[in-house]
Structures are given as structure tokens and as C-alpha cells.
Design a protein around this ligand. Structure first.
Ligand SMILES: [Fe+2]
Length: 271
């Protein structure tokens, strides 16, 4: 795998910037170095290096929307951080970043809360909520990996909206998009892993999936707020290991990119 082997998707997002901003959307790299409890098949280190090489060669700002690692080990995070240190970037965590080798604690909020401080210690920015202005865009990243938004995250988002910059929201788990859900169902993936599925999907999900993904009141409130807030212009997300560029059910443009582990990146021009 080299930069020339990457499958490069494209998108353009018009949000009224005076100067265009070109960036590389990477997501779901799943760095998977072998280690105790993890006799791995594929480390995906070459995939990560190829994507970073592509960003450097094309002068692109990098946004990585979670699942840097497949398992939370110091070695995996050290490699991911070394790669990211070569480019100007924003990163957030995904559900795999809080999973221990052997898939222990995968998607488990209790285990996730225990592991979270360790993962946070690898980063300088707040992994639950962060904001950074680049090229006149306020990139706001919110951790939603357990299919929930917390009330304090909504309050912080409202504070960001009041600053007057156009916002692009960075999430690991996409907001529910019925069009993409139908595409995935046609491929046999009946339980689309997106945030706040509509009630009519309840019968399609098994009870366990529904309980995990249906969201709570604060989560639905936050999604409604995202849909109604004019400052929020677009959402970039990952998690599905699929690509989609559409309007999610809350009414906002949402761009989802396949995983780097699958050989994909997406070049996005924001203008
Ligand atoms: Fe992933």
C-alpha cells in the first residue's frame, strides 16, 4: 500500500468562505499492531502512512474522525500519533479506541468510561468536546461513540455557535440518514449504526441494538438543535465503513467516508 494505491473520494461543501479550505478526511484507520492478546493479521500501518503521505504531497489539512486504532494499546496510539504528528490535523476517538485487545469492552459504556482517562492522557485536547478554528471554519468535535450526546456537550455546542463562525461538526458516529440506511439495508446491513434512528426502525432492530442506539432525551434534543442551528453547516463522520454524501434526517449535509483500513480517504474542498 502506497499513496498511489489509495482510493480517493472527493466532495465539496459550500459554506460561504472567502478562501477555499482543502482538507483530507480520514477515518477508521484501525491501527492494529500485534501484541499481547492480539495476534493480528493486518496492522494497517502502511495504510495510515499512505494517507499521511497523500496529505503531505497535496498540502491538505487532515481530519481523522475516530477509530485511529482497532484496540486501545499504547503501541497502537503511539503509532497513530507519530503518523498524525507529520501533518496539521484534528482527531477524535471512535468506539474501537476504547476497546481492549480481544475486543474486550467493545461498545460497552461502563468499560469505556474506565478506559477513557488512559486514552485522554495520550492527547492534549479534550476528547469529549473540542473546537478549533481553521481557515475561518470552526471545527467542533463531539464524542458520541456510545450513541449518546450529553447535556453539557449541547451547552458547549451552543456556546460555539454564538461565536459567529460557520461550524463543521466532526463525529465518529453519523447522525441517522434514512437514505443511507436504505442503501445499507439493501446490502444486508439491517441495523445501520447511526445516531437516533426514527421510531419506525424499532421493529427492525433487535432489542439489544435498539436499546444501545435509540438515544435518550438529551441526545434527541441535541440532534434537533443541530438540525435547527444555522451556524452548523455540515457534518463529517465515519464509523460505517461506507461512503455517503447526503442530507441526514435532521436536515444537515453529512459526509461519511470509508475507512483508511479499506484503502479510502476523501479530499474535501470547503468554500
Ligand atoms: Fe471503525
Amino acid at each position: 500500500m502506497t499513496a498511489a494505491d489509495l482510493k480517493v473520494l472527493t466532495a465539496a461543501a459550500e459554506i460561504g468562505l472567502p478562501e477555499p479550505l482543502r482538507l483530507l478526511h480520514m477515518t477508521d484507520t484501525h491501527v492494529n499492531l500485534p501484541g499481547p492478546g492480539n495476534p493480528t493479521e493486518e496492522a494497517y500501518t502502511e495504510h495510515f502512512a499512505a494517507a499521511i503521505e497523500y496529505a503531505k504531497a497535496h498540502g491538505l489539512f487532515v481530519i481523522h474522525t475516530g477509530d485511529l486504532t482497532v484496540y486501545n494499546t499504547p503501541e497502537n496510539f503511539a503509532f497513530a500519533k507519530k503518523m498524525l504528528s507529520e501533518v496539521d490535523h484534528i482527531t477524535l476517538i471512535g468506539n474501537h479506541d476504547l476497546t481492549l485487545p480481544g475486543k474486550i469492552g467493545h461498545n460497552d459504556p461502563v468499560m469505556g468510561a474506565q478506559v477513557f482517562p488512559v486514552v485522554q492522557s495520550y492527547f492534549d485536547h479534550d476528547l469529549t468536546f473540542s473546537s478549533r478554528i481553521v481557515g475561518g471554519v470552526n471545527f467542533v468535535s463531539i464524542n458520541n461513540i456510545h450513541y449518546r450526546f450529553k447535556p453539557e456537550q449541547m451547552e458547549r455546542l451552543k456556546a460555539e455557535a454564538s461565536r459567529g463562525y460557520p461550524i463543521i461538526l466532526l463525529l465518529h458516529i453519523p447522525l441517522f440518514d434514512s437514505e443511507e440506511a436504505a442503501i445499507m439495508a439493501a446490502k444486508g446491513r439491517k441495523f445501520p449504526h447511526m445516531l437516533t434512528p426514527p421510531e419506525k426502525y424499532r421493529t427492525i432492530y433487535e432489542e439489544r441494538n435498539w436499546a444501545r442506539q435509540c438515544g435518550d432525551e438529551a441526545t434527541y434534543d441535541t440532534v434537533r438543535y443541530i438540525g435547527s442551528e444555522p451556524a452548523i453547516r455540515a457534518i463529517f463522520a465515519g464509523h460505517l465503513h461506507e461512503r455517503h454524501d447526503g442530507i441526514c434526517d435532521c436536515g444537515k449535509r453529512q459526509i461519511i467516508t470509508n475507512g483508511v483500513f479499506q484503502g479510502y480517504v476523501r479530499e474535501i474542498t470547503v468554500y
